[in-house]
Design a protein around this ligand. Structure first.
Ligand SMILES: [Zn+2]
Length: 389
């Protein structure tokens, strides 16, 4: 039995000892030592939307718009080797571990130019870190690939054969968005995988497709296997319309991934100071029963010049941008739906040198310690002092 002594928790005030037995949390009790907590213990962080194969590729880029970023990424795609991609992904995954992230879903480019190079590069990086981090790969038909074309469907099948567990695309960039979305759903059904689609990453309500997707998901029996990333358009709809769409998403068990940094940075850009935030309504979606998660999205590439894969930072930005005030709610958005540490949990935990969750969000300090199945993954100096036994 090992005990993490005198820690703060997200869901209650005070100082606690967390006992671990093997891979699991065995007990949580009032701290034996009455001193104030020096560490916050929380569920490990989960990043539900990254682009590891592009990370750090264009740190000085300042896109003028989302369309400008798409064009830059397309131009640069031909030159990246599998080794370039492995190095980029490896850097992002190592930084993720340092921040306390235990799981990353990464949208990985497939198209006629890239072929399987990005999938292979990310798989190699992931294999090196298998014991520390879980990776989910989305075979991502980016701007250069339309899911309704047979050659893209062949790429999806090849990527799933190599290890991708989801498929995705950007229907708005295809000639016929509804046809592209239909093809994506049918391909997911045929391949027996889930899908995560970049949908409605704009503020033009007549072009919204999310309500169509909810109906199409139910019609195919794909409930619980569809994730929508972005859905910025919801922030531009009248509230009654939003409520109806969210109810349909909940009925279709469509998960929603919100990307606070990217949406704030790229939406409503180019027309003076932004008046719109461009974030899907997180609090209303949670109230409607939609499973909502946050992701970092792009890190220092053609789409976004900042970030480092730190989901605590994403939580901090999201708390401000989406007005998520409840600590446990915010925790669930950045910890894969886990709101608190509970007895019996697999001990995938994060220790942060902070006196509370709010202190951790305010300072986002380094020196964090990630535990996977009760084992310290990345020990910072002094971390061992927090764990005894
Ligand atoms: Zn994305």
């Amino acid at each position: 039995m090992r005990v993490i002594r005198s820690v703060a928790l997200i869901d209650r005030a005070g100082s606690f000892d967390v006992a671990l037995e093997g891979e699991r949390v065995h007990a949580i009790s009032a701290a034996v030592d009455a001193a104030p907590p020096r560490w916050l213990a929380m569920p490990s962080l989960v990043n539900l939307h990254a682009h590891a194969n592009r990370a750090y590729a264009a740190p000085a880029q300042r896109p003028h718009s989302l369309g400008d970023a798409v064009a830059s990424a397309k131009r640069e795609r031909a030159s990246a080797t599998a080794e370039d991609i492995r190095a980029r992904a490896s850097r992002l995954l190592h930084r993720s571990i340092a921040h306390g992230v235990s799981s990353v879903r990464t949208h990985t480019d497939i198209d006629a130019i890239t072929g399987m190079r990005a999938i292979e590069g990310v798989l190699t990086a992931a294999a090196e870190l298998r014991s520390s981090l879980d990776i989910e790969i989305v075979a991502f038909a980016s701007a250069a690939a339309d899911p309704s074309q047979p050659e893209t469907q062949a790429l999806f099948a090849e990527a799933v054969g190599l290890g991708a567990s989801l498929i995705g695309a950007v229907p708005a960039l295809c000639a016929r968005p509804v046809v592209a979305l239909e093809a994506l759903l049918d391909t997911a059904l045929a391949l027996g995988v889930s899908l995560d689609v970049h949908l409605d990453e704009h503020l033009e309500t007549p072009n919204a497709l999310i309500h169509w997707l909810a109906d199409a998901t139910v019609a195919r029996g794909l409930e619980g296997r569809v994730t929508v990333s972005h859905a910025c358009v919801l922030s531009a709809m009248p509230r009654d319309d939003v409520r109806r769409v969210l109810d349909r998403m909940a009925a279709a068990r469509i998960a929603l991934v919100v990307l606070p940094e990217l949406n704030l940075y790229l939406q409503a850009r180019g027309d003076g100071a932004p008046r719109a935030r461009g974030l899907a309504p997180v609090v209303e979606a949670l109230q409607a029963g939609v499973a909502v998660r946050f992701g970092t999205d792009n890190v220092r590439d053609w789409f976004f010049p900042f970030g480092d894969g730190d989901m605590l930072e994403t939580g901090f930005v999201g708390a401000m941008a989406a007005h998520v005030d409840a600590a446990e709610e915010l925790g669930s958005l950045i910890c894969g739906g886990r709101r608190r540490i509970e007895v019996g949990d697999v001990a995938d935990l994060l220790l942060i040198p902070a006196s509370s969750f709010d202190d951790a969000l305010a300072r986002r300090p380094g020196g964090r310690v990630l535990l996977r199945r009760g084992r310290v993954v990345d020990a910072a100096a002094g971390a061992s002092a927090a764990i005894s036994g």
